[in-house]
Design a binder for this molecule. Structure first.
Ligand SMILES: Cc1cc2nc3c(=O)[nH]c(=O)nc-3n(C[C@H](O)[C@H](O)[C@H](O)COP(=O)(O)OP(=O)(O)OC[C@H]3O[C@@H](n4cnc5c(N)ncnc54)[C@H](O)[C@@H]3O)c2cc1C
Length: 459
């Protein structure tokens, strides 16, 4: 084990910063580690914010570690907002006037909700949903209101709609696209979500853009207008048109002569080792932007929970071992929930695909579950999977895509991918029936023991 007496400072106590801190401590007992955050004293699960508002959880329940964990592992916590990083003198300057020296600095500062310069966007009762402070503000500004408008159809927009509906607040949902999230989802999947949103009595307005937010004399939102001139009276506006790296405080530092300045494009530019252009400064998680594409189907900024964890773990390894390893992103995976419909995606499923890609699509007759598998027509190897309303096993598809399983092999073994076979066995039979109809084949469900051998006992 490496022993060092360096002081590593991490700005950000989210999943990437905390994972990095934990693994550094695991590998190096000597190093001193400080985690800085302006948001909350302790790490909490950002993905669970909605459940606090809906009354399913209390903030305390969203903390993955008990409060004693940090002291026991000698992870010093500093609560405060960093205003400026003095890269020349290796010092953080806090809003409250305090300073903190570092030897190594890890930037894990996350994202911030996008605002596109809409008139009235800074009115009272207009906000995104990202931080714990956003949750508090939403709590405050949604008391006794008659209508909320949400602008931007993505994963956070639909979460906000569900939160508001849980309190019986009528919601109008403005979505610029033709169908819900159709810049990410293929046509049938986004149609399914359109229907589902409407079934929940959410006033979904497709192909509708925000023009202006109209405040009253006290500065509080009283209405919005759309680009077609419609005025919608509301007392709360949720801005959920995506997020961007939270890096503003690192830009335009008044740079003193010869002081290095951090290279930032949309995010903080890093290589595959999470190194920035300045020695001893690293960036991980949502705020990092890879200089070079990781793979043809991967974005240069990764804004999901599990990749933040992988970034943190990889960097911790490199800071505590002689031999560095580059980030290996593996097969893309994402999961979310559209109201009652769970969503999982594996590998590459774009909204449109090239000629050489084939698509198998099955939809349950109830219209609330579907499965899409994309494959290469040349050798039938699968490249991507979308599953809605049906939870499937991550390790199954991770292996199937990595190992280039052919479509038929996936088809006959789908029962082993089923997370809740007792509920969804019929889905698999139905999928196979459709596949057999389309291909004229007579495939049957495979044997469990075969798959256990292939993907291990957890299958
Ligand atoms: C409502 C919501 C739901 C989501 N649901 C999912 C989901 O279901 N699945 C999924 O994969 N992902 C989801 N995400 C995305 C996921 O939460 C993020 O990708 C992840 O939390 C990013 O982790 P991070 O460590 O990079 O940054 P963050 O978790 O954003 O942490 C950054 C930290 O940096 C601190 N910080 C920033 N600037 C400063 C400063 N100047 N001074 C001091 N401290 C600073 C902040 O206090 C903050 O705590 C969701 C996000 C939101 C907002």
């Amino acid at each position: 084990m490496n022993k060092s007496h360096k002081h590593i400072v991490i700005i950000g106590n989210g999943i990437s910063g905390v994972t990095c801190a934990r693994y550094i401590r695991k590998n190096d007992e000597g190093v001193s580690i400080t985690i800085v955050s302006g948001e909350t004293e302790h790490f909490f699960s950002r993905t669970a914010l909605m459940y606090i508002y809906m009354g399913h959880m209390k903030y305390e329940h969203t903390k993955p570690y008990e409060d004693w964990f940090w002291e026991k592992n000698r992870l010093d916590l500093v609560k405060g907002w960093v205003e400026k990083v003095d890269f020349g003198n290796k010092k953080l300057n806090f809003q409250n006037g305090k300073t903190l020296d570092y030897d190594v600095l890890i930037l894990a500062t996350g994202s911030k909700p996008n605002k596109f310069g809409w008139p009235g966007q800074d009115s009272i009762g207009v906000q995104g949903l990202y931080s714990y402070q956003d949750l508090e503000s939403m709590e405050k500004h949604t008391q006794n209101i008659n209508r909320a408008v949400i602008v931007g159809g993505g994963l956070i927009g639909i979460e906000m709609a569900e939160m508001l509906k849980s309190r019986d607040i009528p919601v109008t949902f403005l979505v610029r696209e033709k169908n819900f999230w159709d810049n990410i989802l293929p046509f049938e999947e986004s149609q399914m979500i359109n229907r589902h949103i409407k079934e929940h009595h959410i006033d979904l307005r497709l192909e509708t853009e925000l023009h202006e937010i109209i405040p009253d004399e006290s500065g509080r939102v009283k209405a919005i207008s759309t680009k077609t001139g419609e005025v919608i009276v509301c007392q709360f506006v949720g801005l959920t048109a995506g997020v961007s790296p939270n890096v503003d405080f690192l830009k335009n530092n008044p740079v003193e002569e010869n002081e290095p300045s951090l290279q930032i494009q949309r995010g903080i530019l890093v290589n595959a080792y999470f190194e920035t252009n300045i020695p001893d400064i690293y960036a991980i998680g949502d705020c990092a932007e890879f200089q070079e594409a990781l793979a043809s189907d991967r974005k240069n900024i990764e804004q999901v929970w599990y990749t933040g964890r992988m970034h943190g773990e990889t960097l911790a390894h490199n800071l505590t071992h002689q031999k560095s390893v580059s980030y290996q992103p593996g097969i893309w995976f994402n999961s979310a929930k559209f109201l009652d419909i769970e969503y999982q995606t594996y590998g590459h499923v774009p909204p449109f695909w090239d000629e050489y890609i084939g698509s198998f699509y099955w939809e349950h007759q109830g219209g609330k579950a579907c499965l899409r598998i994309l494959y290469q027509k040349s050798d039938m190897a699968i490249v991507g999977v979308n599953a809605f309303g049906w939870r499937l096993r991550h390790e199954f598809f991770d292996k199937a895509i990595t190992d280039g399983w052919k479509l038929e092999k996936v088809m006959v073994n789908l029962n082993k991918a089923n997370f809740n076979p007792e509920f969804f066995e019929a889905f698999h039979r139905d999928v196979l029936k459709k596949y057999n109809q389309e291909t004229g084949k007579q495939l049957k469900v495979g044997k469990t023991s075969f798959l256990k051998k292939l993907i291990g006992s957890r299958a």
